[in-house]
Design a protein around this ligand. Structure first.
Ligand code: ADP
Length: 584
């Protein structure tokens, strides 16, 4: 602190003008020096005035006191502090001036005494206190002012700074920080669980350390039964009369006073209420005088209620109410989310039940269809074998048609069944050598393609990585692709079956030179019952489920199936990629 007070008073002014007069006398006959001197004095005077008004403008009360603690000079802030005018305070005891009546021990007084012990120029003393008399927080600073050429004479500068505002802000920040920490702790506990009961219990336990209450409970709204279910209770003293799990009609909590449960309200004095609810009566019997109702409201829905009761009404100070409201908000969201979660789990279970029922139904229906079909097929064979007498050629042909159609129906029923039921878990995995798998499959198709004058070309490397897959299912995929290729291939064209290893996949391709697929239909052909040209003869041979089934089987193997075609008449290529990662 490097500070010198410049407030002038009459004696110092007198000294200054005496000094000036004697100096001017010395320069009589030297008008030039005299004028320089007068200029210098004028400058000094101006600087003094500037300094004085600066010091006056400071918010701190600045005062110079002598060794007896009497005011020598002070800045104008002393007036704004209501301690008297600048001239009036001079000569007065500084402590008595600030504290006309003083309660002992007095921090200001002991600060002033300590300041007096300081006599070295750079000895500064600082302290802070809440001054009960001034009703403000003050920061006090003191420093000795050594008089030039008079080393034994010491004055002291005392600076009092009103820091009430800063202190209030600090307090508010501190409180807000405490509030946030508390709310954060509650939030974390609430979010760590999915059960509304546990959330409620954790909230009340936390609140016990934050606000003083005698009894508290959290209720869950059960709108279907117009009741409130007790989720959790807590008490600091007399045991709570409610038990978690109990349910009560709304009327137990809302009396004729009609305090709406979905609104925040604070009852300061139960005794002053004309009509009490059963719960309020129980509280009154337990000497509880005041309670607070915090609704847990989501939108316009009442999720639940948080109530805290106390026998000491001023306990619910605004600060606590802010915390309670914020806690209620978090709790509402958490309970609401947990209810949604429960509902979702419930619907999921229902969905699983439905899926199981659907699966069973498909199994039953396909069994019911397959049994009579097996009988029809069996008797057809017996008839064809002549067990029931010789057959004419016509009868024989008719029976052959019956048998073929029966086989087709079997095939279709099996496909439909597989389409509904195949997934990862239904696969019977085994180690497959892709090279021999493809070669075997091709052998079976060689006859059929030759019959239609179509060439079946193979492009299969000798060594391919092994696959884990369901041989029967992958056979169905390949058969379906080759069947389609043959169905849509003109005579004299070729079908190429190719395989290649690509990073962790094996890609099978079936390429034909047939009618091709329009680009806008290429994705849709994998949908159930989709056929590009429903009316065509080749479409009539199928039902539009073959590729959908292939897709399902391939995806159950974590693979992918897709098609490419340059358009109508340009042939088509079908790709199946299967992972080899799980190959031993
Ligand atoms: P479908 O049993 O009716 O053949 P798919 O699901 O196997 O049923 O095929 C669906 C449709 O995709 C077929 O009706 C046909 O329109 C088209 N398609 C499939 N493979 C080919 C192909 N190789 N060339 C041209 N169109 C094809």
């Amino acid at each position: 602190m490097n500070f010198s007070l410049a407030k002038d008073d009459t004696p110092s002014k007198q000294i200054a003008s005496d000094e000036m007069t004697s100096l001017l006398k010395k320069f009589r006959g030297n008008p030039e020096a005299k004028s320089t001197l007068l200029n210098t004095f004028a400058k000094v005077e101006r600087a003094k005035q500037e300094w004085e008004s600066t010091v006056d403008a400071l918010p701190e009360l600045i005062c110079v006191v002598d060794e007896n603690g009497r005011v020598i000079r002070a800045n104008r802030t002393i007036e704004t502090w209501g301690l008297g005018s600048v001239t009036h305070v001079k000569g007065k005891d500084f402590h008595t001036l600030v504290h006309p009546v003083c309660a002992k021990p007095c921090p200001l007084e002991s600060f002033l005494q300590q300041t007096k012990q300081k006599t070295a120029n750079d000895d500064i003393i600082e302290a802070e206190t809440y001054d009960t008399l001034l009703q403000r927080h003050i920061q006090m600073r003191g420093k000795p002012v050594l008089m030039k050429n008079k080393t034994d004479e010491v004055n002291w500068v005392i600076i009092l700074h009103d820091i009430s505002q800063r202190k209030e802000m600090e307090k508010a920040l501190y409180e807000q920080n405490g509030r946030l920490t508390a709310i954060n702790a509650i939030n974390q506990t609430i979010l760590a669980t999915h059960s509304p009961e546990e959330m409620a219990q954790a909230t009340l336990t936390h609140l016990q350390s934050l606000t003083a209450f005698q009894q508290a409970h959290i209720l869950l709204n059960v709108p279907q039964t117009q009741k409130l279910r007790v989720l959790a209770t807590a008490n600091n003293g007399i045991r709570h009369f409610l038990q978690p799990g109990q349910e009560f009609p709304y009327t137990e909590f809302v009396g004729q006073n009609n305090h709406a449960l979905n609104h925040f309200f604070l009852i300061e004095q139960l005794n002053e209420l004309p009509n009490l609810t059963p719960v309020e009566r129980r509280w009154q019997q337990q000497n509880i005088q005041s309670y607070i109702n915090l609704p847990l409201v989501m939108g316009s829905t009442l999720v639940g209620i948080l109530q805290l009761a106390t026998d000491d009404p001023p306990t619910f100070i605004p600060e606590h109410i802010i915390i309670l409201r914020e806690v209620a908000e978090t709790l509402t969201i958490a309970i609401n989310q947990s209810q949604l979660h429960q509902k979702l789990e419930h619907s999921n279970e229902e969905l699983q039940d439905l899926l199981r029922a659907k699966h069973e139904m498909i199994e039953n229906v396909s069994h019911d269809l397959r049994s009579p079909l097996a009988l029809i097929k069996g008797y057809t064979e017996l008839l064809q074998d002549g067990l029931f007498g010789e057959l004419t050629e016509e009868q024989h042909d008719a029976l052959t048609i019956l048998e073929t159609k029966g086989d087709q129906m079997f095939f279709l029923i099996n496909r439909l069944f597989n389409l509904q039921t195949i997934d990862k878990h239904a696969l019977k995995l085994e180690e497959i050598n892709p090279q021999s798998f493809l070669a075997e499959a091709a052998k079976a198709w060689q006859v059929l393609t030759t019959n239609k004058s179509v060439q079946l070309l193979l492009d299969i490397p000798i060594s391919l990585p092994y696959l884990m897959g369901d041989l029967n299912m992958l056979n169905q995929v390949l058969s379906n692709l080759l069947d389609n290729a043959l169905k849509f291939s003109p005579e004299g064209s070729a079908i190429t079956l190719r395989a290649q290893a690509q990073s962790n996949y094996i890609i099978f391709t079936v390429r034909d030179e047939g009618k091709g697929i329009p680009p806008d239909k290429i994705e849709r052909i994998f949908e159930r019952f989709y056929q590009v040209d429903k009316g065509s003869a080749s479409a009539r041979k199928g039902a539009g489920i073959g590729l959908a089934l292939c897709k399902r089987i391939v995806e159950a193997h974590d693979g992918r199936i897709w098609a490419e075609s340059a358009g109508e008449g340009q042939g088509s290529t079908f790709f199946v990629s299967l992972p080899t990662n799980n190959t031993p």
